[in-house]
Design a protein around this ligand. Structure first.
Ligand code: 28G
Length: 653
C-alpha cells in the first residue's frame, strides 16, 4: 500500500441530532431490529478492516450491564488530529454523520466498504460509547455520552467527555468499541443472545477464514457463554451446514468471479429433497426477497444445465428444455454478491434492485458452471443432477395434471368445504381476520364469542398432515388444508397470488400443550412451504390464550405464565381461586373473546422470518425424515414451538 491514511481522509458532514430526531431513517426502526442494527453497524466496520486484509479476528460480547463490546485486531482507527476540525480521527468517525456514505439515498441498509460510516449513528443512539484504539505501540481511549441539557431539556447526544488521550503503552493492535443503547430511544434495550449469535455465525460463513468470537456474559449456562466460529471453507461450509439434516447427492460446487466491480461467490449442493433453498446476500446483508443477483444466478443455472444436457445427449433434439425449477429441485445454494452501490428495495429492503447486476452475475455463473460441467472429473455428478431434473420434470407434469383434477373437484365440492367456515359479514379484507381454531368445541366457542363483522372462524378437526414430507398433489388431497386454501382464496405453490387474500390476519389458535404445538408447527410449515409471502408479508399470527384465571370475588386476572400468576395471586391476597385452562375448549365464548379475540387487549405474536435460512433448517429438522437430528434439535431448541421465538407484537403497533 503506497497510500497512507490520516484523519484528513475522513469526510466531514452534519451532526448527530438528525439521527436522534428520526432514528427510523437511519436504522429502520426503534424495535428489536433497529436495536440489533447498532451491533451490525459496528461489526460492519470491523469486517471492512478484515476484508481489507488487516484484521483476522472479530469478537462480539454482550455484557452484563446491557452494553455490547466489539473488538477487532486491525490497524486501529486513525488517531491523528483532523486539521480542519481539530479533533482526533476517532472522534471524527464517531461524531460526524457521513452524508456521503450509507444513508444518503433512500436505503437504510448499509453498503459495506465505507469505513467508519454508521459508527456515528450508533453513538447518536447510545447512552454512552467508549473506544479503545491500540496502534503504534500506544493505547488510546475516548468516551462519548448522551445527556439531557439542564437548560433546554433536550438530549445532547454523543459528545466526547474529553479528547482522545493516550492511556498507556501496548503491543496490541486494533479497535475496541463498547456501547450502551439508549433506553430513551429504544422500546426495549435488551439484546437477544440467539439473534446475535446466529448472525455472527452467518457472518463467519460469509467471511471465510475470519475468526469470530461470540460471548454472552449474561448467560448462566457456561457452554453457551462463549462460541467461536471460523470457516476456512466459507460458502461451501455454509451449504454443508444448511444441509446437515438432509441427504446430500453431491459435494458443494463452488466458484467465484469478478466483473465490472461486482464480485460473485457461489456454493451449490444438491440433496434428495424436493425443495429449493437459495440464500442470497449482498455485501453481507441477507436479501431474503431476492433481486437481480438471484435472477441472474437462476437464469445461468437453467441455461448451463440445459446446454450441458444437450451436449451430452441427455436431452435430444426433439425434447423441450427443462425448466429452471426442475434444476432447482433439491438445490441448496448460497449466492453472495459484492456490489459497489447497492440499491435495496421491497418491504423489508431485502431485494437487490440494481439492474446492471443481473447480466454480470449471469455471465459469471454461466462461464463458471459450464466450465465445471465440462470438466471430465465432474461427469458423474453432472449427470446425476440432470437425471434428477428430468425426473422432477416428469413429476411436475404429473402433479400439474393432478392439480387440474383437484381444481375441478374443488369447484364441485366448494360448497361442503367452506361449510366448515363461519365467514364474517364485512367485505373489506384489510379489516378481516381468519381464526384457525384447533378442535370443534373451541371452534364453537370462538364462533359464539367473535365479532362476526370482521372475524371468521375455521375449526380444524383432525391434525392436518405434515406438509414437509408431501408433494403438492398430496397436500391438495388433504381436507384440512383444502379448507384453509379455499378460505384464504390465494391458491398455493406456483399458483399462489397474495392479491386474492381475503383476510389481513390469519390467526392460529391452538392449545398450549404438545398437540397444540404440533398442529401449530404443521400449519406454519404449510404456510412457509406453500404460501411463503403470507408469512414474509406479516399476515400470520399466533393467538395467545391465557393459561390461568385468578379470581377473588368479582375481580379476575388472566395470566399467561407462572410468573404472572404469582404476581396476580399476590395482588388478590388471601382467598383467591385459580382456574387452569387445559385447552381452549374450557373457555366459554365470553372468556375466549375477552382474552384472545378482542383486538383491544388480546395478546398475540406475529410470525416473522428474520432469518430464512434458520427457519428453513428448523422446518426441515422438525418435519423432515431424519429422526436423530430431530431429537437432538428439539433438545437444543426446545422452545421452537414457544412463542418467545417469534417477535411479539401488541395490537396497534
Ligand atoms: C471494534 C469495532 C469496530 C476499524 C479501522 C481502521 C481504519 C479506519 C477503522 O479508518 C478512516 C476513512 C476512509 C480511509 C484506515 C486505519 C486506514 C489506516 C484505518 C472498527 C480512512 C477510518 N489505518 N478499523 N477505520 N477511513 N474497526 N471496528 O471500527 O478513508 S474502523
Amino acid at each position: 500500500m503506497a497510500k497512507t491514511y490520516s484523519a484528513t481522509d475522513i469526510q466531514v458532514l452534519e451532526g448527530l441530532d438528525a439521527v436522534r430526531m428520526r432514528p427510523g431513517m437511519y436504522i429502520g426502526s426503534t424495535g428489536s431490529r433497529g436495536l440489533h442494527h447498532l451491533i451490525w453497524e459496528i461489526v460492519d466496520n470491523a469486517i471492512d478492516e478484515a476484508s481489507n486484509g488487516y484484521a483476522t479476528e472479530i469478537a462480539v460480547t454482550l455484557k452484563k450491564d446491557g452494553s455490547c463490546e466489539v473488538t477487532d485486531n486491525g490497524r486501529g482507527i486513525p488517531v491523528d488530529i483532523h486539521p480542519q476540525l481539530g479533533v482526533s480521527g476517532v472522534e471524527v468517525v464517531y461524531t460526524q454523520l457521513h452524508a456521503g456514505g450509507k444513508f444518503n439515498n433512500k436505503n437504510y441498509a448499509y453498503s459495506g466498504g465505507l469505513h467508519g460510516v454508521g459508527a456515528s449513528v450508533v453513538n447518536a443512539l447510545s447512552e454512552w460509547v467508549t473506544v479503545d484504539v491500540f496502534r503504534d505501540y500506544s493505547h488510546y481511549f475516548i468516551r462519548f455520552e448522551s445527556y439531557e441539557d439542564r437548560k433546554t431539556g433536550k438530549i445532547v447526544s454523543g459528545h466526547a467527555v474529553a479528547p482522545l488521550e493516550k492511556v498507556g503503552n501496548t503491543r496490541k493492535r486494533g479497535t475496541q468499541v463498547c456501547f450502551k443503547p439508549d433506553p430513551r430511544v429504544f422500546e426495549d434495550t435488551r439484546f437477544n443472545g440467539d439473534t446475535v449469535r446466529r448472525r455472527v455465525r452467518e457472518l463467519a460463513y460469509l467471511n471465510r477464514g475470519v475468526r469470530f468470537v461470540f460471548m454472552d456474559e449474561r448467560e448462566k449456562d457456561e457452554a453457551r457463554r462463549r462460541r467461536e466460529y471460523c470457516y476456512e471453507g466459507g460458502l461451501a461450509d455454509f451449504v454443508r451446514y444448511l444441509n446437515t439434516d438432509k441427504n446430500t447427492l453431491t459435494e458443494p460446487i463452488t466458484f467465484e468471479g469478478r466483473r465490472d466491480g461486482t464480485l460473485l461467490r457461489v456454493a451449490i449442493q444438491y440433496t434428495d429433497s424436493y425443495t429449493e433453498n437459495i440464500y442470497s446476500f449482498v455485501n453481507n446483508v441477507p436479501t431474503g426477497e431476492g433481486g437481480t443477483h438471484e435472477t441472474g444466478f437462476k437464469a445461468a443455472v437453467t441455461k448451463a444445465f440445459n446446454d450441458y444436457a444437450r451436449r451430452v445427449g441427455l436431452l435430444k433434439e426433439k425434447d423441450n428444455n427443462l425448466s429452471g425449477e426442475d434444476f432447482r429441485e433439491g438445490m441448496t445454494a448460497v449466492v453472495y454478491a459484492g456490489v459497489q452501490k447497492p440499491q435495496f428495495e421491497g418491504q423489508t429492503k431485502g431485494r437487490l434492485g440494481n439492474t446492471e447486476v443481473r447480466p454480470i452475475v449471469e455471465a459469471i455463473c454461466l462461464e463458471q458452471l459450464s466450465m465445471y460441467l465440462d470438466d471430465l472429473k465432474n461427469q458423474e455428478v453432472a449427470q446425476r443432477i440432470v437425471e434428477k431434473a428430468v425426473k422432477a420434470a416428469r413429476v411436475r407434469e404429473a402433479a400439474r395434471k393432478a392439480r387440474d383434477v383437484a381444481r375441478q373437484k374443488n369447484q364441485l365440492e366448494a360448497a361442503p368445504l367452506v361449510g366448515k367456515l363461519s365467514s364474517c359479514t364485512g367485505r373489506n379484507w384489510r379489516e378481516n381476520e381468519l381464526f384457525i381454531v384447533e378442535g370443534d368445541s373451541a371452534g364453537g366457542s370462538a364462533k359464539q364469542g367473535r365479532d362476526r363483522r370482521f372475524q371468521a372462524i375455521l375449526p380444524l378437526r383432525g391434525k392436518p398432515l405434515n406438509a414437509e414430507k408431501k408433494r403438492i398433489d398430496q397436500v391438495l388431497a388433504n381436507e384440512e388444508f383444502r379448507s384453509i386454501i379455499t378460505a384464504l382464496g390465494t391458491g398455493i405453490g406456483e399458483d399462489f397470488d397474495i392479491s386474492h387474500l381475503k383476510y389481513n390476519r390469519v390467526i392460529i389458535l391452538s392449545d398450549a400443550d404438545q398437540d397444540g404445538a404440533h398442529i401449530r408447527a404443521i400449519l406454519l410449515t404449510f404456510f412457509f412451504r406453500y404460501m411463503r409471502e403470507l408469512v414474509t408479508d406479516g399476515h400470520v399470527y399466533i393467538g395467545m390464550p391465557p393459561l390461568y384465571c385468578a379470581k377473588k370475588g368479582a375481580e379476575h386476572i388472566y395470566c399467561f405464565d407462572d410468573k404472572e400468576l404469582a404476581r396476580a395471586t399476590k395482588k388478590l391476597g388471601r382467598g383467591y381461586t385459580v382456574q387452569r385452562y387445559k385447552g381452549l375448549g374450557e373457555m366459554n365464548p365470553e372468556q375466549l373473546w375477552e382474552t384472545t379475540m378482542n383486538p383491544n387487549g388480546r395478546k398475540m405474536v406475529q410470525v416473522t422470518i428474520e432469518d430464512l435460512a434458520e427457519a428453513e433448517r428448523r422446518v426441515t429438522v422438525l418435519m423432515g425424515d431424519k429422526v436423530e437430528p430431530r431429537r437432538e434439535y428439539i433438545q437444543e431448541y426446545a422452545n421452537f414451538n414457544h412463542v418467545d421465538d417469534f417477535e411479539p407484537v401488541r395490537e396497534g403497533e
